[in-house]
Design a protein around this ligand. Structure first.
Ligand SMILES: Cc1cc2nc3c(=O)[nH]c(=O)nc-3n(C[C@H](O)[C@H](O)[C@H](O)COP(=O)(O)OP(=O)(O)OC[C@H]3O[C@@H](n4cnc5c(N)ncnc54)[C@H](O)[C@@H]3O)c2cc1C
Length: 413
């Protein structure tokens, strides 16, 4: 039922904007005010995806989509049946923003600039009569009977009937949610690269592989700590989708171990050590290969420089021919190729995307409406919640979806 409620949205990011627009369009008689602490709205959307803004991912099946969320997937299952990437793409296209899907499934504006997305959101919010107040940092939130009292840093006090906290991974936002009875799961980093100093990577910066297997040693029983995907050797260590995925699924254990853990790399994923050993034995006996230098004729399409490093590390003489590879060396090489051990010594940075694991406990939220179960008429959306996805547009999608759900519900009496 539409009403003339006073609604305040705290946070001018993706979730706050989408919620404010949805609310103002769904409940045109409500007065919607969006408060942003800084002098600029949508800062993260602006820098997202290296300035191109990877708005979502081309994955239209909710059951599949939730597998990209180390935290929040289960809760988002139903939410994605109501508003998912397909709906988002249609939404932007209905506002005149053309989007394109890249071969890896990431969706960007055709313009290749995040300004298109920012402009569209600001324009649509203004058209829907959302009142946008910048330089309005909320420092305190009090519930009084059936309304909220909102205190700004400027000293101003505002009153509203419904409130949405969409403050992202910001300390004050967590404090506001906590002050109204919410539990905050410890916020820690997710989506980072691994710093590794190892002879085997020296001088190989820039070498990448499409598919490697990565496992955190000592956690073999847990599937989430075994990931696969692309891999890139950098000046610092390693990056790539597989690494970022493991950093997200392993965010908590890596934090607990202070980013010092052993990593097993399978350069030939999905083959295992035995399968690789058999392939090496076959290669060794092949006429066209047996009298060739093992170092000059790599197997498995591995880059020659990486192959040589791995041979050296396994103490296999690079001047040997394939036919001279002993049984013991074959086993050693197969192991090096499929379960080489590397030491993660620090967390690196991934400049294109970064997200926080942790936030408001999801058990306290009704995912049909995003209303708090512990504080009625308070709604939460976006990264302030304990939701995070892997890289590829999933983080913004959860902000759009939770913002949309909150916007639909918040104006109901
Ligand atoms: C460098 C970088 C690149 C990224 N690229 C991508 C990408 O390409 N694709 C993708 O899916 N995800 C990307 N992400 C993640 C994505 O940007 C976030 O998950 C998403 O922006 C979260 O949206 P949000 O609205 O919840 O929070 P935010 O975008 O953080 O917005 C919260 C807003 O609330 C304001 N605020 C906080 N506290 C207060 C307060 N007390 N009073 C008033 N206002 C307040 C903040 O100033 C901010 O504007 C990227 C993140 C980073 C850091």
């Amino acid at each position: 039922m539409s009403s003339s409620l006073d609604i305040i949205v705290i946070g001018g990011g993706a979730a706050g904007f989408f919620a404010a627009i949805t609310c103002a369009q769904t409940h045109p008689h409500s007065r919607v005010t969006l408060l942003e602490s800084t002098s600029k709205v949508l800062t993260k959307v602006r820098i997202a995806g290296g300035g191109r803004c990877n708005v979502t991912h081309h994955c239209f099946e909710p059951a599949q989509l939730i597998t990209y969320y180390p935290r929040g997937g289960r809760e988002l299952r139903g939410a994605f049946t109501r508003f998912q990437p397909k709906d988002l793409i249609e939404w932007f296209e209905s506002q005149g923003v053309a989007l394109k899907t890249e071969t890896d499934g990431r969706v960007f504006p055709v313009s290749d600039t995040s300004e298109t997305i920012v402009d569209c959101l600001i324009k649509t919010a203004k058209k829907a009569k959302v009142n946008i107040d910048i330089n309005s940092e909320v420092i305190n939130l009090i519930k009084k009977n059936n309304h909220f009292q909102v205190e700004l840093k400027t000293g101003k006090i505002l009153k509203c009937d419904r409130i949405l906290v969409a403050t992202g991974s910001n300390k004050i936002g967590y404090q506001l949610a906590k002050s109204l009875g919410h539990e905050i799961i410890l916020p820690i980093p997710s989506l980072f690269t691994f710093k590794i100093k190892d002879f085997r990577f020296q001088g190989l910066e820039g070498i990448g592989l499409n598919q490697v297997g990565l496992k955190l040693l000592g956690t073999e029983k847990k599937q989430q700590y075994q990931q696969s995907g692309s891999f890139l050797i950098t000046h610092w260590g390693i990056s790539g989708f597989g690494v970022l995925k493991l950093s997200a699924f392993g965010a908590k254990i890596l934090h607990k171990k202070k980013y010092n853990m052993s990593l097993l790399i399978n350069f030939l994923f999905p083959d295992n050590t035995d399968e690789v050993k058999q392939k090496l034995l076959i290669a060794k006996s092949q006429n066209q290969r047996s009298n060739k230098l093992i170092s000059s004729y790599p197997l498995f399409n591995l880059p020659k420089r990486l192959w040589k490093k791995l041979l050296e590390y396994a103490n296999i003489d690079c001047e040997k021919n394939w036919s001279e590879l002993s049984q013991k060396e074959t086993i050693k090489l197969a192991k090096e190729l499929t379960q080489g051990q590397y030491e993660i010594i620090e967390k690196g940075v991934f400049k294109d995307e970064f997200v926080t694991c942790g936030g408001v406990n999801l058990k306290e939220i009704n995912f049909k409406t995003m209303e708090s179960k512990v504080c009625p008429h308070l709604y939460l959306a976006g990264e302030v919640l304990d939701i995070d996805g892997v890289t590829g547009g999933f983080n913004l999608q959860s902000a759009w979806t939770t913002g949309w759900l909150a916007g639909k519900a918040i104006g109901n009496k």
